[in-house]
Design a binder for this molecule. Structure first.
Ligand SMILES: Cc1cc2nc3c(=O)[nH]c(=O)nc-3n(C[C@H](O)[C@H](O)[C@H](O)COP(=O)(O)O)c2cc1C
Length: 208
């Protein structure tokens, strides 16, 4: 099928939360949630911290599969441990994937991103890759954290005038964090929405 990440809603320059699956030399399959930035119709960039099985496997095999799923159980199990082999197809994709694409590594570079809360040098590797194969099982959009932050911020905004100053401070720090994340990973529409929320707070006398 045609390789074009926009077919699964991935915008250039934006980051999506996916499950990356890899295997090691002993053919043990591994899954972990990893943020994948779309850098072109058939290009991705990820930053993976040292010490993970995912990074070790990618360094060794120079390939990986990016799975699109919205199942909380899959994100949780693969963060806290590993998925059992039953969750995988033989081709390394996940059985629950709504879409998946195979990537081949173009480059691996030591890096640290200044905007990130984790700033230790030499702790992560930036992986640039080419998408070599893409499968869409059902119509889906890759998961972006931006929209959840917009909805959460709107919910807090509706309560803002009803709460005391201490709770307002809590909401303000949550708005700030939401704004930071949306600026970093959100879509154009998420950014526009957060801009409106920012304006509304300003009209109440609060600057983010
Ligand atoms: C939503 C989400 C996104 C994540 N994104 C990344 C990422 O981009 N890079 C990274 O190194 N770790 C990321 N993590 C953390 C890894 O998934 C976690 O360290 C995992 O345990 C690594 O598993 P592994 O050792 O099987 O590779 C993310 C976790 C979650 C829940």
């Amino acid at each position: 099928m045609k390789i074009d990440l926009s077919l699964i809603g991935m915008e250039k320059g934006r980051q999506y939360e996916t499950i990356i699956t890899t295997k090691n030399a002993q053919n043990v399959y591994n899954a972990a949630p990893i943020g994948v930035i779309c850098s072109g119709p058939d290009r991705t960039v990820s930053r993976i911290f040292k010490g993970s099985h995912t990074l070790e496997n990618i360094i060794n095999t120079k390939e990986f599969v990016v799975n699109i799923t919205h199942e909380p159980e899959i994100f949780t199990l693969s963060t806290l441990g590993n998925l059992s082999r039953d969750y995988f197809n033989d081709d390394l994709s996940l059985k629950c994937a709504e879409a998946y694409f195979r990537c081949e590594v173009i480059s691996l570079t030591e890096a640290v991103k200044q905007s990130d809360p984790v700033k230790k040098k030499d702790e992560a590797i930036v992986i640039k890759s080419e998408v070599t194969d893409m499968t869409i099982i059902k119509n889906t959009k890759a998961l972006n954290r931006g929209f959840s932050y917009v909805v959460e911020s709107l919910a807090n905004l509706t309560r803002f005038d009803m709460v005391d100053d201490d709770q307002k401070e809590i909401y303000l720090s949550q708005f700030k964090e939401a704004y930071r994340v949306v600026r970093k990973v959100g879509t154009k529409d998420d950014l526009k929405a957060m801009g409106e929320i920012k304006k509304e707070l300003k009209s109440k006398g609060y600057d983010l």
